[in-house]
Design a protein around this ligand. Structure first.
Ligand code: AMP
Ligand code: ZN
Length: 137
């Protein structure tokens, strides 16, 4: 993808603060972080989002993500962590190249990863459960 900022970072056309890379994945510090130590893990291949990634690649990427999360905790010493992954502009994805956010969390920090909870009836929950359970193999 010619106009993808993460592809440009991967090709070395734009500088990045790389914390890890191998043949398949790259992990960088977010340039505009939610907190100190905010890391992004991405495939080197341009894959747009969860609807495009194959499960094997996603599995390897998440294995790497858990390893990096644990090393980050030991090294930085934060309290907790959010792992966030946005898929599509409506869902807040601003760079359309698959990436996982690892966001260190500290008591009383300014990060917000929340939503307003809907009040659904048991019937609405059951309708959705039936629809999905039938479709998911
Ligand atoms: P998302 O909104 O989930 O697509 O996340 C995109 C992330 O990329 C944001 O957290 C941005 O701060 C980050 N970002 C944008 N440009 C750069 C860059 N040049 N280097 C590192 N991170 C970037
Ligand atoms: Zn890309």
């Amino acid at each position: 993808m010619d106009d993808c900022i993460f592809c440009k970072i991967i090709k070395g056309e734009i500088p990045s603060a790389t914390v890890y890379e191998d043949d398949e994945f790259k992990a960088i510090l977010d340039r505009f972080p939610a907190n100190q130590g905010h890391v992004l893990v991405m495939p080197k291949k341009h894959i747009q989002n969860v609807f495009e990634i194959d499960p094997e690649t996603a599995g390897r990427l998440y294995t790497l993500t858990t390893k990096i999360a644990k090393v980050m905790k030991e090294t930085i010493g934060f309290e907790n962590m959010n792992i966030v992954q946005n898929n599509g502009p409506v869902a807040g994805q601003t760079v359309q190249h698959f990436h996982v956010h690892l966001i260190p969390r500290y008591e009383n920090d300014t990060v917000s990863v929340t939503w307003k909870q809907l009040e659904l009836t048991d019937e609405q929950i059951e309708d959705m459960r039936k629809k999905l359970s039938k479709a998911i193999i």
